[in-house]
Design a binder for this molecule. Structure first.
Ligand code: C2E
Ligand code: MG
Ligand code: MG
Ligand code: MG
Length: 280
């Protein structure tokens, strides 16, 4: 049976696919080795509360520090990591690092802040996800209220029953939940009232043109009103200009994350900012 399938596959194996598959295999092997050699580094991008100008949290963003190729961004390896399932191990590394780092900042006397960690669909499908997260919190000693998990809209919608069950359990532990890249998944909005969501992160693509494209401006202001009516906070992603910030301030957007204030930083480089009371 398997032999037959194998033979069939072989027929469709063109040279182009061969090269592509080889590349993928190579990347997969390299990712495995990177895990063994601990080459993944977590960067932290501060999130600022618009009204108070205070840092309210940071998002953990993984990078691969390759010994020869230098820094590799998630866009280049997360898709393969997802396909191969390696994202589960990588994501676990990131979650553990982020929790440990946040705890150590708190122990060092910095004002307590929330750290947000991206969760991929693959991680979310793990049967023992909730137990696993609880274990990492126990091991690192981080109070769950200082952890936020980011999931994408498409993940939230995929299986509202199953997703909801996991999310409610995580929420019960005290963890908060954010919807990432909001507005990019084609979706009915009904999941918003069925799932325990604390924060909506408006995708960068809407923020980019808010000051030049009236359609995007109304989409963004409508999302803010919607979120507030549902008792959720809103964070704007990819804020790069003062004009964007002032629009968001006018619309009473709660938080911002973007190059205007800071890109993702190494933990030690963020420390200087954490000590500043008001950054905006
Ligand atoms: P995301 O979760 O939506 O993260 C925001 C991305 O926008 C980050 O890209 C960040 O560096 C970038 N960004 C922030 N501010 C600005 C800005 O003002 N302008 C522009 N042009 N970009 C800005 P990054 O770090 O390359 O990450 C890309 C994506 O990779 C993330 O999007 C997330 O979906 C995924 N990712 C990153 N780390 C992890 C992880 O640990 N686990 C999983 N599953 N996915 C991750
Ligand atoms: Mg994110
Ligand atoms: Mg995002
Ligand atoms: Mg994204």
């Amino acid at each position: 049976h398997a032999k037959e399938a194998g033979r069939n596959n072989f027929q469709f194996y063109t040279p182009a696919m061969n090269a592509k598959t080889l590349k993928r295999l190579e990347l997969e092997n390299n990712l495995r080795r990177a895990l063994e050699r601990d080459e993944f580094v977590v960067y932290y991008q501060p999130q600022v509360e618009i009204q108070s100008g205070k840092i309210i949290g940071m998002e953990a963003l993984v990078r691969w520090q390759h010994p020869h190729l230098g820094m590799i961004f998630p866009g280049e390896f997360i898709p393969v990591a997802e396909d191969t399932g390696l994202i589960v191990s990588i994501g676990e590394r990131v979650l553990r690092s982020a929790c440990a780092q946040n705890k150590s900042w708190q122990d060092a006397g910095f004002p307590p802040l929330r750290v947000s960690v991206n969760l991929s669909a693959r991680q979310f499908q793990q049967q023992n996800l909730v137990k696993h997260v609880a274990q990492i919190l126990r091991e690192t000693g981080l109070d769950p209220r200082w952890l936020e998990l980011e999931i994408t809209e498409s993940l939230a919608m995929k299986d509202v029953e199953f997703t909801g069950k996991n999310l409610f359990e995580l929420r019960k532990m005290g963890i908060t939940i954010a919807i990432d890249d909001f507005g990019t998944g084609y979706s009915s909005l009904s999941y918003l009232k069925r799932l325990p969501i604390d924060t909506i992160k408006i995708d960068r693509s809407f923020i980019r043109d808010i000051t030049s494209d009236p359609d995007n401006a109304s989409i963004v202001s409508t999302i803010i009103v919607l979120a507030h009516n549902l008792k959720m906070k809103v964070i704007a992603e990819g804020v790069e200009t003062e004009e964007q910030l002032s629009f968001l301030r006018q619309q009473q957007c709660d938080g911002m994350q973007g190059y205007l204030f800071s890109g993702p930083l190494l933990a030690k480089d963020l420390e200087g900012l954490l000590a500043v009371a008001k950054v905006l």
